[in-house]
Design a protein around this ligand. Structure first.
Ligand SMILES: O=P(O)(O)OC[C@H]1O[C@H](OP(=O)(O)OP(=O)(O)O)[C@H](O)[C@@H]1O
Ligand SMILES: Nc1ncnc2[nH]cnc12
Length: 179
């Protein structure tokens, strides 16, 4: 397990001063590009959620979709996408937030979720937490409940994990990178 964690962590590269001076960007592309690493990461998460009562997986960003869809497929659970509101034709709710990529408005489609749903929120990375918080708010507006917010990479120094805890969103990260 520790060997797996080290293997995965070495494939998340740190890029200084991107996208802005002073920001440390954690690039997950090498992990995604390594089939063995992608398999280890997905296997660990599939194992974690296989015996739970989740009814679906909600992916938070385009980057979260990639791994999230593998996990949904492996668990044979429906996949629901929180996406930019501009590409959702029949929007139920939308939320606007700002993170390092700028201001974004995301939305969830009408009838995507209902009060019986118990959701696993999934994204590839959590930094400020604003993307995940927006998605959690949309899930709750649909009257669905949240089993957990899960990510491949948590950057706790950016404060996201703390904000999720304050809003009673349970949280799990496969890998954590302190500054
Ligand atoms: O916790 P936060 O500060 O919100 O940052 C995390 C989000 O930022 C990145 O997405 P990005 O905004 O680049 O969008 P994309 O994945 O859809 O390209 C990443 O994939 C997470 O979704
Ligand atoms: N991968 C990442 N690394 C650092 N900060 C981020 N903010 C959003 N995504 C990030």
């Amino acid at each position: 397990m520790i060997i797996d964690e080290l293997y995965l962590k070495n494939l998340v590269h740190c890029i200084s001063d991107f996208p802005a001076k002073g920001h440390k960007f954690r690039d997950l592309s090498p992990l995604i590009a390594d089939p063995k690493a992608l398999q280890i990461a997905c296997d660990l998460l599939v194992y974690r959620y296989s015996q739970t009562d989740i009814s679906c997986i909600v992916t938070v960003s385009d980057s979260g979709l990639l791994t999230g869809s593998i996990i949904a497929y492996r668990l044979q659970k429906p996949l629901v996408r929180v996406r930019p509101s501009s590409v959702i034709p029949d929007t139920a709710f939308s939320a606007t937030f700002t993170n390092v990529s700028g201001e974004q408005t995301v939305a969830i489609a009408r009838n995507a979720l209902n009060e019986q749903d118990r959701v696993l929120l999934f994204d590839d990375a959590i930094a400020s937490g604003e993307s995940m918080l927006a998605a959690a708010a949309l899930v709750r507006q649909c009257n669905a409940s949240i089993h957990e917010a899960c990510t491949l990479v948590d950057l706790p120094d950016a404060g996201g994990r703390e904000k999720l805890t304050e809003l009673d969103v349970p949280f799990y990260a496969l890998l954590t990178f302190e500054d």
